[in-house]
Design a protein around this ligand. Sequence first.
Ligand code: ACO
Length: 322
Amino acid sequence: MTEKKSIIRSVGAYLPARVMTNDELAKLVDTSDEWIQQRTGIKQRHVAAEGENTSDLAAAAGRKALENAGMDIADVDLIVVATTTPDMTFPATAAVVQQKLGMHHGAAFDIQAVCSGFVYAVATADSYLKNGLAKRALVIGAETATRILDWNDRTTCVLFGDGAGAVIMDHAKAGEDRGVLATSLRSDGHYWNKLYTDGGPSSTRSMGHVRMEGREVFKHAVGMITDVVYKVLEDTGHTIDDLDWFVPHQANKRIIDGAGQKLGLPPEKVVVTVDRHANTSAASVPLALHTAVTDGRIKRGDLVMIEAMGGGFTWGASLIRW
Ligand code: ACO
């Protein structure tokens, strides 16, 4: 008997209307469009409006994913939101999203794995579906990352943006030979102080701002990413050449290029959105998926590798037959 797979039915996305260019940032801190583009590939980022919270971005992306699947909220019995920038310390942003989408049934909770959050959330929903704990899941990555930036720190404030992406995960129907094929999740908490916020409810009774040893993150990123990608390929008996699309976390164009080169992937198979979105943490992978599905690159039956690495450190990859 073959194991029942959970498939991705649809994708949705939401980006705040306000776009902030590198030139605008150069008026706030001592930086330049040239430096930012050269070191990161970022040209612009979206910034949530005053009063527009992570749950608003998440609900908007969720509505789009439901619409694109031809479903409404009654068809879903699980909401998982991956976020590092919750509306409040509690309740879970997923609960607020549940209220905004008018859902009274089912279950809703958040996943906190920073930039790897969406890969962790897909793995969680996949397990819930396979184990019969849920029938259909709305899985969202949503961030208002700009809210936790120190706008005086040029080494971090130029890197991040706001946005949300969502997918509907469903049981495969008879004859649907596609879905999540394998996932590898990793973390090593010994690296927590390389990328963190200098505050939180328990330690400082405040939220803190992003602090990062950029070079340290860079040093580890490519190796960690490629390790989980190889693990997932090995687990499924696939090779790099079998991949149709590589959809990486969008932290930095140099990390994406480094991973792509180490894996031996042709650049045209790599989906890049960091130039327009910057690093939207847990939202970056579903936003990139949405971009490549909407513009017609990712098609039914394609073999798609998603991966992410971020604070914790956490990292992970998932291979999906689309
Ligand atoms: N504008 C202009 N100059 C800057 C800026 C800026 N925004 N930021 C730093 N500099 C300066 C530094 O002060 C330093 O100046 P100095 O030589 O006079 O001391 C110089 O530029 C070089 O600084 P480095 O930190 O060595 O620059 P580097 O080439 O390492 O690039 C960067 C910095 C882009 C952060 C890089 O380390 C990186 O990409 N790291 C990966 C981290 C990342 O992408 N994090 C995102 C979150 S983590 C994740 O999602 C995986």
